[in-house]
Design a protein around this ligand. Structure first.
Ligand SMILES: [Zn+2]
Ligand SMILES: [Zn+2]
Length: 323
């Protein structure tokens, strides 16, 4: 693949993508703008949780392993089922304990002569089988979501069906709070200040839907003292099954965008309390960008602490405002 402007958001070992150069992989898959790159092992981004690896693969020919001339003595053999890579080198200078960078998950693109760099999956070292001079890697995933590496280039909007079904899920949450009352919210709720894990999604009409936690929503309303966060003076009314004023929870970063994040968006830090009028405005108003800007400015640092790191421009784009 020569086209370095192609942006790949999802990759699977079944895709059959082939990349000519390491820079092509970095640019297409990881949102970089490299002219060239020689490193065969590196971090993919500042978070330093993932690495990318470009082993030169050793192929068996007529029963004999042929180490490629450019592999600098490294023998990397892929098992027939594609699940294991064994890497060996005589006089390997590494300790064999796989501490640090070596132990992190690696997006692995094996180099095959005549083919180029081929995605083999995400591999991680198998410590029990690794020793000095002999490292074993096990495939932990055959596909990878690369959306998070494309933030600087914007992102794909979920399609209309996904947005509609997510909106339905949001309104189901409001109905639940309406019917079930607000029981269980914490009176003096305080943010945990920590990211929360993404919860398992379910499928609804062919769309991924992440669960909305009623407790988190009620806590967020309590934190706002059941007032509208657009303006505390907005008038509301008292709920039938509670003595609290009626406001509605709204996820500032909509859950339809959950797949762009490694952490849960369904956290109190991301839920604002809005009166019915303002809630409608943020979804359907022509000038809702001003409201979004205000709420985001107030939440920005709390969102960061919850691991939700995003620029205002990207938030506005999620609501259909291009800046
Ligand atoms: Zn909403
Ligand atoms: Zn309001």
């Amino acid at each position: 693949m020569d086209n370095t402007t192609t942006s790949i958001k999802h990759i699977s070992v079944n895709d059959g993508y082939k990349f000519r150069r390491i820079a092509d992989v970095m640019n297409c898959c990881f949102g970089k703008h490299y002219k060239g790159c020689q490193k065969s092992f590196m971090y993919v981004d500042e978070s330093q949780k993932y690495t990318v690896w470009f082993p030169k693969m050793t192929i068996k020919k007529n029963g004999v392993y042929k180490v490629p001339a450019n592999a600098k003595g490294w023998r990397n053999v892929l098992s027939d089922d594609g699940g294991i890579i064994i890497e060996e080198k005589e006089n390997d200078s590494r300790s064999g304990t796989a501490d640090g960078k070596g132990g992190l998950p690696r997006y692995t693109f094996g180099y095959f002569p005549k083919e180029g760099y081929v995605f083999l999956g995400i591999f991680q070292v198998d410590r029990d089988r690794t020793r000095k001079g002999h490292w074993e890697f096990r495939r932990v995933a055959a596909e990878a979501d690369l959306c998070r590496y494309h933030g600087e280039h914007g992102f794909d909007m979920p399609d209309a069906v996904s947005l509609k079904i997510n909106e339905q899920a949001d309104s189901d949450l409001i109905t639940e709070l309406r019917n079930g009352g607000l029981d269980g919210f914490a009176e003096d709720f305080a943010y945990s200040g920590k990211p929360r894990k993404v919860r398992a999604f379910t499928m609804r009409d062919g769309v991924k839907i992440y669960p909305r936690d009623r407790q988190a929503a009620a806590n967020a309303l309590a934190k706002a003292h059941f007032l509208c966060e657009a303006d505390k003076d907005h008038l509301s009314f008292i709920r039938k099954n509670s003595d609290k004023p009626y406001t509605e929870p709204h996820h500032l970063i909509p859950l339809a965008f959950q797949d762009r994040f490694e952490v849960s968006l369904d956290v109190e830090e991301n839920i604002v309390s809005l009166c019915s009028n303002c809630h409608n405005e943020i979804h359907y108003g022509a000038d809702a960008d001003k409201l979004i800007e205000k709420l985001f400015a107030e939440r920005c640092s709390d969102l960061k602490r919850a691991g939700i790191d995003i620029f205002l421009q990207d938030v506005l784009a999620m609501y259909g405002y291009d800046r």
